[in-house]
Structures are given as structure tokens and as C-alpha cells.
Ligand binder design. Structure first.
Ligand code: SF4
Length: 222
């Protein structure tokens, strides 16, 4: 594959799709997907949930750009959508933060229901994990259960679900099972105080091993 063929937006320096005051590069996805872009114009203009979400998100950006924190933006977003029931899918390690978050959301007049990741209390060995791979071998140790978190919130009738620190991968399962749209308040990073971007900010010097292929050896075939 030629180098240009493998380029995408991460290799683009003009970003002409934003202000349209330059030229598109040879590998531009806006040009390649012009027909599909037309159908998304219709999608976002319409009365479907996608249209409502798209317009509410753009309005939040326009009204509060750089003035509100993510916490406030998320609540304003829910209010704009007319959400009355907001589900919170929380990590066990961030339940105190989720409790405070729920209190703040309720202050804004929105009902909440919080479901912890360990709901259902299914032991890790029951899903095929060897005992020695537990954080605490020979202890009862429940696996995260994002599909059940989503089911509880689906049955409650949440209109918007918010993630508070679900693990990488568990968030993917939750998103697959949630009936309501999902937005993220906290991205878990156990090492960096839930600020994964710090890994990029320090990658030029202190954390340059992140750009060394040896940091990511290929997993063994099973
Ligand atoms: S869509 Fe085109 S112009 Fe926009 S960032 Fe991607 S390659 Fe660049």
C-alpha cells in the first residue's frame, strides 16, 4: 500500500473540513465520502434521535464554548434533550465520585439511577479467568458486568446513560447493550488519575517508551 493510501485524518495538516478555507489533501475522507456526508446532513437535520443529539451537542458547544466544564456540559446536554431519567454506569473504584455526580445531577432536577460495575456478583472464574489472574487470587472477586449494568438501566427507562470510569473494554460492552445513548464523564486511567492524555503530553521526553515498538510486543497466539 502506498504511503498516501494509508494516510487518514491523523496525518492531515490542513483540516480543511473544518473551515473550508484551504484545499483538501489527496487522501481526504471528506472528498472520498461526499455521498455519505450528504445522507448524514439529512440524518442530523431530521427528527430522529440522532438529529436531536447532534443539534443539542452543537448548541452546547456554541453556547458554552470554553466556559463550562464537562460536568456542567453533560447536565446542560441532558436538560436540552429533555431527559428526566439519567442512568449512571459506575466503576466500583469511582463509586464515591459517582455518588457526588448523582447528587449534582439531581440538583439540576433530573432523576438518577446508579449501577455499579460489580452488579450481579459473578466471580471472574465463572467467566473462564484462571484464579491466578485475579487481582487478589483465592479471594471472591467479581468480574465487571457492563451488560447487566445496561440491562438494569434499560429496564428503568433511562433516557441518557453516563459512564463514570468503566474499564477499557467494559465500556465497549456497555455501549453495545445500552438502549439509551451513552456519553462519558470519566475515562478510567488507574495510573494517571483518570487523565489518559497525560501519557501523550509526556511522550516527547519522560514517557518516550510509548513510541518504542518493544513497548507493545505482539500477544501470544491462543
Ligand atoms: S477529512 Fe480531509 S481535510 Fe478533514 S482532516 Fe480528514 S483528510 Fe484532512
Amino acid at each position: 500500500m502506498s504511503k498516501v493510501k494509508s494516510f487518514s485524518c491523523s496525518e492531515c495538516s490542513v483540516r480543511n473540513c473544518y473551515r473550508r478555507d484551504k484545499s483538501y489533501p489527496a487522501f481526504c475522507l471528506t472528498e472520498e465520502f461526499a455521498d455519505a456526508a450528504e445522507s448524514t446532513r439529512k440524518l442530523y437535520r431530521g427528527h430522529s434521535l440522532d438529529g436531536k443529539l447532534a443539534r443539542a451537542a452543537a448548541e452546547i458547544e456554541g453556547e458554552y464554548y470554553g466556559r463550562l466544564t464537562r460536568l456542567e456540559e453533560t447536565i446542560r446536554f441532558a436538560q436540552k434533550l429533555g431527559v428526566k431519567k439519567l442512568g449512571i454506569a459506575s466503576c466500583v473504584g469511582l463509586l464515591d465520585e459517582a455518588s457526588l455526580y448523582a447528587k449534582i445531577v439531581r440538583t439540576a432536577g433530573i432523576e438518577t439511577k446508579t449501577v455499579i460495575c460489580k452488579v450481579g456478583a459473578v466471580d471472574k472464574t465463572e467467566i473462564g479467568l484462571p484464579e491466578e489472574m485475579k487481582v487478589c487470587p483465592n479471594c471472591a472477586e467479581s468480574c465487571c458486568n457492563p451488560a447487566l449494568q445496561a440491562k438494569v438501566l434499560n429496564e428503568w427507562g433511562s433516557e441518557l446513560n453516563v459512564l463514570v470510569g468503566l474499564c477499557v473494554g467494559h465500556d465497549a460492552i456497555f455501549n453495545r447493550h445500552s438502549k439509551a445513548p451513552v456519553t462519558t464523564f470519566v475515562v478510567k486511567d488507574r495510573v494517571l488519575g483518570h487523565n489518559p492524555l497525560a501519557a501523550l503530553y509526556t511522550s516527547k521526553f519522560y514517557y518516550k517508551r510509548i513510541l518504542d515498538e518493544k513497548t507493545f510486543p505482539k500477544p501470544r497466539e491462543k
